[in-house]
Design a protein around this ligand. Structure first.
Ligand code: NOJ
Length: 732
């Protein structure tokens, strides 16, 4: 529709119709759809439903076509509904969770995954996905770390932008593309104590320097919508934060699309204690700039009265309705209200061979090899017994894979029968995934305790462990232990799994752990007792194939940690790019009392950000600089030569970090500013270069101006965030 026609449409609409556009109903109003938040009676009348702007969580071409047709027929202006849903890491073909996708350090791969998710979802009539989640995370207690691509602003920005490109392509109107809704604006990844929905305290500088860049990258990539966060920021819930939504998001960051609240967040303004009643909540949210109210009755039941009483200018309603209509128009819904809905496409696309192959590749490239002593991996043949609750588990998707079917997931056991030579690899569960006294409550169902009898399972497993040359232990957290509303104060493995590890380690030293789960766990016992550890996260539909191929050496791990693995929960929150403190601790606990340290645990994580091994080894030359200093207009090229010093082909992610040695405000010990993947045959060397420009040295200085300051900088280039391979240069 032409913009002038769209304007005319808006002018022709009644106030009630315009308010309707601002309302998103939960799918359960149609006895359909995923329930992804507290479900309640919104107290709406049939009339309220007639004018709604959008539905959340309903899927399926046939079903939605019928709903759309009936809805448009009865609507006075025949305005189509917008269908939105959480397509997070795939629709039916499930890719690894976003935290694992971050470990690929491969935005191209992530973009492809998002575009496959979009194609599948578009065929099932999803118009908008609530993704990417660009929230920076530093606290593994928070269950939603699984939905983030990690602890680094630069990496998160690269990944968020890649996802937006993947979902939206060149235009959201084109077949197979859907609109991206960036979330959760802003700072949702920093809840106090790692407890979901909790308040957030961030200094203005930390907010801008560390938390906003990834959202900005998604806005720059053109995301069409933004979702507000549940949390308060400086004591103001985001859904009522006019400064955040208007000054920061729209004016400073240049976002012009639609803003939607999170599930029931407008109603929650009363629980936050900043709105006395529903009417005030409606006023605050609309004034702040929330265009669409997700699944709460606040706008429908209050805006009309507020306008009629002259408390809310109708202009505010018009502006928000305009943004909703504009998004519908960009998607081409006025001409094609079903957009790409097509039952045939749905059948052909979902879980197609090409989609599964892409999910397999992404999973393989997300695995992080944490330890590999005595060449435990790759396996040479069928010498290992496979033990553990994850050997035959289909729970390899993250908690957000609500539209996937676990029956489509390839388990490790199934993959073993396909890839191993003897087809007779011994396997046993060894124990349940969770301790029997730890029932799991999922989004849509409760998981009853695993039927496996712990004592009998352990006995059977020990028979296999005693006979095998090596034991592959497939351990990890249940997938519902991470995701929304899944914060935990204890990030160790379930007791039954630790007992299994303990017992197996009494009969063999040759233990390989494949570790599953959606958060960095405290894995000290694994590090102590296993010779090899492969972090496989929650790898998705092709998880079993990806794990088995990796263990057998059909592919070589190349993932790097997108979030460090803490030593223990007491270190949290932890991140590599911290400030140095006035009393930096240099690692020697006998060196006096007064350093910034713990008395009982180290400062360093167990494995740092960016860390990950390969079946081969790489060496780095010292860092070479093209010049020792540069002007603001100039740049410096920093290079290293990377050599594959091992015996097999491998891919290394070469990482560039910068440190500002003295500035007007304290600066992080280092910050990731670039990375390159380099594939090398045994003995092969390649030069890897980075151009360091003045723009990369900017930060929010004393006056909060984003600018660089002259002085000395260290450039680090190496395999992870702890590298000491560095050179110094100065900015004139
Ligand atoms: C609440 C979650 O915070 C958000 O991420 C999600 O997109 C919505 N529910 C819709 O399911």
């Amino acid at each position: 529709m032409k913009e002038t026609d769209l304007r005319q449409l808006l002018n022709d609409m009644t106030l009630e119709e315009k308010i309707g556009q601002l309302v998103q109903l939960p799918g359960y109003f149609q006895q359909e759809g995923a329930v992804t938040g507290p479900a309640g009676d919104m107290g709406l009348t049939q009339n309220d439903l007639r004018f709604a702007g959008s539905y959340l969580g309903i899927i399926g071409a046939e079903k939605i076509k019928k709903l759309q047709t009936a809805f448009m027929e009865q609507h006075p202006h025949h305005i189509p509904l917008l269908f939105m849903a959480d397509i997070i890491n795939g629709y039916r073909t499930v890719f690894p969770i976003p935290l694992a996708q971050g470990c690929t350090f491969d935005p191209g791969l992530v973009e492809e995954g998002a575009s496959i998710a979009a194609r599948e979802a578009a065929a099932a009539v999803i118009h908008v996905t609530f993704s990417p989640m660009a929230d920076l995370v530093r606290d593994a207690r928070w269950g939603r770390v699984m939905e983030s691509t990690g602890e680094d602003p630069y990496l998160n920005g690269q990944m968020a932008a890649a996802m937006v490109r993947g979902y939206q392509g060149d235009s959201v109107q084109q077949k197979g593309n859907i609109a991206a809704c960036l979330k959760h604006f802003a700072g949702y990844g920093a809840p106090e104590g790692g407890r979901d929905y909790n308040n957030v305290e961030l200094s203005p500088r930390t907010l801008r320097e560390d938390y906003l860049p990834a959202y900005q990258a998604a806005v720059d990539a053109g995301c069409e919508a933004v979702m507000t966060s549940f949390n308060t920021l400086d004591r103001i819930p985001s859904a009522a934060n006019e400064w955040l939504l208007k000054e920061v998001l729209r004016k400073e960051m240049g976002f012009s699309g639609m803003v939607i609240s999170d599930w029931n967040a407008l109603e929650e303004l009363m629980a936050h204690g900043i709105a006395a009643d529903q009417k005030e909540a409606a006023f605050l949210a609309l004034r702040a700039g929330v265009d669409m109210d997700m699944t709460s009755p606040i706008y429908t039941r209050n805006l009309r009265q507020l306008v009629e009483e002259g408390k809310v200018p109708e202009q505010w309603v018009d502006e928000s309705a305009w943004r909703v209509l504009t998004l519908k128009n960009k998607l081409g819904l006025f001409e094609k209200p079903f957009k790409d809905a097509n039952e045939k496409d749905e059948n052909a696309l979902l879980l197609s061979t090409a989609h599964r192959q892409a999910a397999l590749e992404c999973a393989e490239k997300s695995f992080v090899l944490l330890k590999n002593e005595d060449r435990m991996l790759p396996l040479l043949g069928d010498e290992a017994a496979f033990i553990g609750p994850y050997v035959d588990s289909r729970y390899l998707n993250g908690a957000w894979s609500i539209f996937a079917d676990d029956q489509d997931t390839v388990t490790i056991k199934t993959a073993l029968s396909h890839y191993s030579k003897t087809r007779n690899i011994p396997t046993a569960p060894g124990c349940p995934i969770n301790d029997p006294d730890q029932p799991i409550m999922g989004f849509q169902k409760h998981f009853s305790p695993d039927p496996c009898d712990p004592e009998a399972a352990l006995r059977d497993a020990m028979i296999l462990a005693k006979q095998a040359k090596k034991v592959v232990l497939c351990l990890g957290e249940h997938r519902e232990c991470t995701g929304e509303a899944a914060s935990r104060g204890d990030i160790t493995l379930p007791k039954c799994q630790l007992r299994l590890l303990d017992e197996v380690s009494k009969v063999t030293q040759n233990i390989i752990v494949v570790l599953f789960g959606g958060r960095p766990l405290d894995i000290r016992p694994l590090k102590e007792k296993a010779k090899a550890i492969l972090a496989a996260w929650l790898p998705g539909t092709e998880g079993g194939n990806a794990v088995v191929r990796t263990l057998l050496g059909e592919c070589n791990p190349s993932g790097k940690l997108s979030m460090c693995l803490p030593y223990c929960v007491g270190q949290l929150p932890i991140h590599y790019n911290h400030l140095i403190t006035g009393r930096p601790f240099h690692g020697d606990h006998h060196d006096g009392r007064f350093g910034s340290k713990y008395q009982d645990i180290p400062n360093d994580p167990l494995y740092p950000f960016g860390y990950g091994l390969s079946y081969t080894t790489f060496s780095y030359s010292p860092v070479r600089l093209s010049a020792k200093s540069m002007t603001k207009q100039g740049n410096v090229t920093a290079s290293v030569t990377v050599t594959n010093t091992g015996a097999c082909f491998g891919t290394e992610t070469v990482q560039l970090y910068l440190r500002d040695l003295a500035a007007s405000v304290a600066r992080p010990v280092r910050m990731l500013k670039g990375f390159r993947k380099v594939a090398l045959a045994p003995g092969e060397s390649k030069e890897v270069s980075f151009t360091v420009s003045e723009a990369m040295l900017r930060f929010f200085g004393l006056s909060m101006r984003y600018a660089s300051e002259p002085g000395d900088f260290d450039i680090f280039i190496g395999p992870d965030s702890h590298t000491e391979n560095k050179a110094r240069f100065s900015l004139e």
